[in-house]
Each structure stands twice: as structure tokens, then as C-alpha cells.
Ligand binder design. Structure first.
Ligand SMILES: *[C@@H]1O[C@H](CO)[C@@H](O)[C@H](O)[C@H]1NC(C)=O
Length: 327
């Protein structure tokens, strides 16, 4: 990241930490009324023996980690799926391509600004040989009225659709669940992150060449969405990358369920695993970021440079005076 990005990253991190301090007491207080000597939530979080983390390291950004943190991302993705029923199968046979659009269950499609819906409608209309399945919760809005290549539905069999080889791409908010589900089936994505972790997930997919990333404000005008759909349909590299990630995840040396169960069994037999506690947790800000060490070393370095500069100045001056006297 360039400097501005890193600065904003660092500030967001501190802000997040600060907001946790503001929010947590309101959760702790009612619990502590019943269980008076319960440690604070932060204390409990940081003194867990193990932390199971919903991340698939084969697609996530590489991260510095600790032996306490165990990635089990994808454990929630169900491996089974059923073939599509007649109705949905017929939808996938309508046109050479089918693209699914779903923003998940939290960000409701009907809640998005009207101009975004208009962009989606008008853009989809420009692809007559693509069927768009749009998960939209309010049929009475008639959001797709008059556009024959949009199939609107309040519910879609997302997993079964993703599994079907006739699906060309998935336009998604890129929530953790949808992302991991898509990776498990190797379908290329157009990501339009909404809130929270979506943005980070979308960057993961972009980095792995699996997904094209749009900002949600890009929906204010059609150009970007249209270009993204065109690109995902004609450029095979996204599907290839998605398939590659799918194969890797399927082929991972240890299944996430196995990792989880084995670690839990180990914890039951040998826990609590206090020896895994990180010392960093007991350091203050200055110590943790080595600010005192950097300050001390810089001070010594400045001292040495100054001393050398002063003595060189003296030597030079003497030499000059000698030369001047000789002349
Ligand atoms: C396909 O997309 C990839 C990744 O964005 C890009 O590197 C490549 O140049 C594209 N290929 C074509 C033919 O546009």
C-alpha cells in the first residue's frame, strides 16, 4: 500500500480498538450483574487457548499469525448440493449465459438507492443473450418488469445454482459465506462490497484474479457494471483462476473439519494452553511498537553523526588555517 493507504489502515485499526472499548462495557455490564467476577470480554478474548478463525489461508492475504490462531475458513460450506429442480434448470437453459445477482441476506436489494436499481436494470437489458437471476425481496416493486432476461426471485437456491456449470458468473456483495461458497465451486465473481468485511474479501478475490471488484457507488452509472459483465464473460482468466483456487482448496493437505476436531480434542486433553499466550499482549504501545528502542538508537546515531561532523569541521578548519599561513 502507498503511504496514505497505510496511514488510513493504521488509523482504522486504532479506531476499531477504541470503539471496542466503547461498545464492550454495554455488553459486559448486564452479564457482570449476574456473574460478578467474570473477566472483561477483552480479557476472555485475549486469554483463549485457541482462536478458530473463519479464513481460508489459500485465498486470504498472507498474515502474521500465532500458534493460537487456527484458520478453519470454509468449514461452514456444505459440500453436498442437489441438482437444480425443473424450474431452475429451465431458467439456466434459457440463454447461452446465466449470471446470478444476490447481495445476501443482510443488505437487502430493495433497500438500495433507486438509481442503483435503474443502473442494474438498464445494464442487464443490454445483454440479451444472458439470463440474469436477481434475488430481490419485494416482488411488489416490479423491479424487473418489462425486461425479459431478468428472472426475479425472493429466494434462490444459491448453492445449487453456483454448482451448476451453466452459471457463468456470480455478482455478489462478497460476504464471507458467499465468497467461500463460490471458491468451493470455482465460479468467477463480480464483487460489489457493501459493509464490514465485504471490502476485504473483495480485495482477496481481486488479488487472486477470481473476481472483478466494483465500488457500490459505481452503480450510480452503468458503464462500470456493463464493462465488468462484458469482461467476466469474454475473459476466461477469471474462470481459470476460480477453478485453480477451487482445486487447491479441495486438495488442501488437511480438511478444515479435521483441523477443528483434532485441535479441540487436543485442547480437551492438554488445555488450557497458556504457553501459547503472546507476550505482546502485556506490552504497552511504546514497547509493542519498539518506539523506545527506535528513539534510543536514533538518539545514539544522531550523537555519533554530530560528533563526527564536529571533529571533521575542526580538522578541516585546522588544515585551512595551516594552508592560509603557508600561503
Ligand atoms: C483477462 O484478465 C486478466 C486479469 O485482469 C488480464 O491480465 C488479461 O490481460 C485479460 N485478457 C484479455 C484478453 O483481456
Amino acid at each position: 500500500m502507498p503511504f496514505a493507504g497505510r496511514l488510513s489502515n493504521a488509523l482504522s485499526f486504532l479506531l476499531m480498538d477504541f470503539s471496542l472499548d466503547l461498545i464492550l462495557p454495554s455488553i459486559e455490564e448486564p452479564i457482570q450483574r449476574r456473574v460478578p467476577d467474570l473477566p472483561s470480554i477483552k480479557e476472555i478474548m485475549s486469554s483463549n487457548s485457541l482462536v478458530f478463525f473463519n479464513s481460508e489461508p489459500l485465498v486470504d492475504f498472507p498474515k502474521l499469525t500465532s500458534a493460537r490462531i487456527i484458520d478453519i475458513g470454509g468449514i461452514t460450506v456444505s459440500t453436498g448440493h442437489s441438482p437444480l429442480n425443473k424450474k431452475w434448470s429451465a431458467v439456466l437453459d434459457l440463454r447461452p449465459h446465466t449470471i446470478l445477482l444476490s447481495f445476501g441476506t443482510i443488505a437487502k436489494a430493495f433497500g438500495m438507492p433507486e438509481e442503483f436499481k435503474k443502473t442494474i436494470r438498464e445494464t442487464f437489458r443490454k445483454f440479451p443473450d444472458v439470463t440474469f437471476i436477481w434475488k430481490y425481496e419485494k416482488p411488489k416493486h416490479k423491479v424487473s418488469e418489462g425486461i425479459s432476461n431478468i428472472i426475479e426471485s425472493t429466494w434462490v437456491p444459491q448453492r445449487d445454482l453456483l454448482h451448476d456449470p451453466r452459471l457463468s458468473a456470480f455478482i455478489t456483495h462478497c460476504g464471507q459465506g458467499s465468497m467461500l461458497e463460490s471458491i468451493a465451486v470455482g465460479v468467477p465473481l463480480i464483487t460489489i462490497p457493501m459493509i464490514g468485511d465485504h471490502l476485504r474479501n473483495a480485495y482477496q478475490m481481486e488479488r487472486r484474479g477470481i473476481g472483478l471488484r466494483l465500488e457500490k457507488t459505481d452503480l450510480a452509472n452503468g458503464g462500470k457494471l456493463e464493462h465488468a459483465i462484458m469482461e467476466i464473460l469474454r475473459n476466461d482468466s477469471y474462470r481459470k483462476s476460480a477453478r485453480k483456487a477451487q482445486k487447491m482448496v479441495a486438495d488442501r493437505p488437511f480438511a478444515m473439519k479435521e483441523i477443528f476436531v483434532k485441535n479441540m480434542e487436543f485442547l480437551v486433553n492438554h488445555g488450557p494452553l497458556r504457553q501459547l499466550d503472546h507476550y505482546g499482549r502485556h506490552l504497552n504501545f511504546v514497547q509493542y511498537y519498539l518506539i523506545d528502542v527506535i528513539a534510543f538508537v536514533s538518539f545514539i546515531a544522531i550523537l555519533i553523526v554530530t560528533a563526527v561532523a564536529l571533529s571533521m569541521r575542526r580538522v578541516l578548519r585546522r588544515a585551512l588555517i595551516r594552508k592560509w599561513k603557508q600561503d
